[in-house]
Write a protein of this length. Structure first.
Length: 337
């Protein structure tokens, strides 16, 4: 019965993907003089993930390649973002890596065409600033994470493992960022994950206990996806989006303050806080349009901790032929051998 239900779901979402891939004029090409207009779905679109999309949109890096990104639609995180992309007729999106693995494992036709967030930036855990007992990783007895199956949940295991510490501890699903902060304030947990935008607003209220980057380097958080149908029908649009995204990240690295102002206006964040987020992302080198084998392996490890089952056929799930020049197409396994 469960297999039958999964099959039905795959058929339904496959149909949605076909509709997304076939919407509009199929013969239309990405041409700066006659651009293709699309919407994109981005997970956690109030966080650093959205910055390259905003910059590419507002600085014209997508339009220069014949693609107008009209709306950046915020996903709710995880599989909800993937559903937003597929059901909303948005042909391209940046989706949580585990959500893509889950969809692919159920034969839902999702194609990964670009990198995304490939480092642990934004995966830090915080305690209350006045909590004198909890100051480092070994002090943590109770973790708050967002939801089961999330990368935050996986990090609560991967971090002590990487530090050579016992992974046994109490873990509480907060259900959301605000709820995690509330658990901290109530003294229910020792640490909670806080996203950079919230942490940067409350530097006097919370203290960073675990800087994830000290223990984990490469870590695939998100990937840029489309449907196989859309990639086949509109390869130039996919290439234009990826090239524009790449140029946006390069511009951000050279113009962090200007990028922070664009981001701050989008999320209604103080410019000082937005600048802290953007500079932190740049320093960690989290954005990369190409593929990173080490990041993919660690992302897969985290997905397994969070409940993913089975082997990942990277050569089936991912296609680097749409990537711009200079971007790595290397996967954890060799393809075509």
């Amino acid at each position: 019965m469960r297999r039958s239900l999964r099959a039905r779901a795959a058929v339904v979402i496959s149909s949605l993907l076909v509709l997304a891939g076939c919407s509009g004029n199929e013969s239309q090409k990405a041409d700066p003089k006659n651009p293709v207009t699309i919407d994109v779905a981005v997970l956690a679109a109030t966080e650093f993930y959205v910055v390259p999309w905003l910059v590419g949109q507002q600085r014209g890096f997508f339009a220069d390649r014949g693609v107008v990104v009209k709306n950046i639609v915020a996903g709710s995180g995880g599989s909800a973002t993937l559903r937003t992309q597929l059901s909303g007729g948005m042909p391209i999106g940046e989706i949580g890596y585990k959500s893509v693995l889950d969809a692919w494992s159920e034969d839902i036709p999702v194609l990964t065409v670009g990198g995304g967030a490939q480092g642990p930036y934004g995966g830090d855990f915080y305690a209350l600033a006045d909590n004198d007992r909890v100051n480092e990783l070994r002090d943590i007895e109770k973790w708050a994470y967002t939801n089961p199956g999330s990368s935050v949940y996986a990090l609560s295991f991967l971090l002590p493992k990487a530090a050579g510490l016992p992974t046994k501890a109490e873990r509480i699903a907060a259900g959301g960022v605000g709820e995690g902060a509330a658990l901290l304030e109530a003294g229910t947990v020792d640490v909670a994950w806080l996203p950079p935008s919230l942490a940067s607003r409350n530097t006097g209220k919370f203290k960073k206990v675990v800087s994830t980057g000290e223990y984990i380097t490469d870590f695939q958080q998100s990937v840029i996806t489309t449907s196989p149908e859309y990639a086949k029908e509109h390869p130039d649009v996919v290439r234009g989006v990826l090239a524009g995204w790449q140029e946006a990240t390069q511009w951000i690295a050279q113009n962090p303050e200007a990028a922070a102002k664009i981001y701050a206006e989008h999320v209604d964040l103080p410019v000082k806080s937005a600048t802290s987020v953007v500079k932190g992302a740049i320093e960690s080198k989290v954005w990369n349009v190409g593929f990173n084998p080490a990041a993919l392996k660690r992302g897969t490890e985290a997905a397994v901790v969070s409940g993913f089952e089975g082997d990942v056929e990277y050569c089936e799930l991912m296609d680097g032929s749409y990537l711009p020049g200079g971007a790595s197409t290397e996967l954890p396994t060799k393809c075509g051998a």
